[in-house]
Design a protein around this ligand. Structure first.
Ligand code: AMP
Length: 119
């Protein structure tokens, strides 16, 4: 499967559609999820064209990988989630119910997020 340059997050990176940004630097963009599942629901995406986690891990440079995870940490701090905790989620592929084919991490918090998955 090749990267779809017209996916919605690629359009957000290019500024073609708006997003409520939290943090942006050379490596990442973080913004609020349009359909929040918890009081705070943010997304962090690398600026490079990667479909999912394995793709990112195998093909991104070390600088990109470090830059991405530092961007996740910066976003968590900006959202003031450190004292009470939060959850990171990354959905991958069909069984992971990934809807947008650009690698991203969800940050959920601002209230107890509940059990990891429904029974
Ligand atoms: P996933 O199922 O992991 O691919 O999650 C994709 C997420 O993107 C969902 O939580 C959507 O609510 C969110 N989403 C879709 N379109 C937008 C958008 N234009 N701006 C912000 N979040 C979006």
């Amino acid at each position: 499967m090749s990267y779809d340059h017209n996916n919605i997050f690629a359009k957000i990176i290019r500024g073609e559609i708006p997003a409520k940004k939290i943090h942006e630097d050379e490596w990442v963009l973080s913004f609020y999820d349009l359909y929040p599942k918890r009081r705070i629901h943010a997304l962090v995406i690398p600026k490079g064209a990667y479909i999912a986690l394995s793709d990112f891990t195998q093909q991104a440079t070390t600088e990109e990988i470090i830059g991405f995870w530092q961007g996740v940490e910066t976003t968590i701090k900006l959202l003031q989630l450190l004292p009470n905790g939060y959850r990171l989620v990354t959905n991958n592929g069909a069984h992971g119910h990934q809807e947008v084919p650009h690698f991203h991490v969800h940050i959920l918090g601002g209230e107890p997020v509940g059990k990891m998955v429904s029974d």
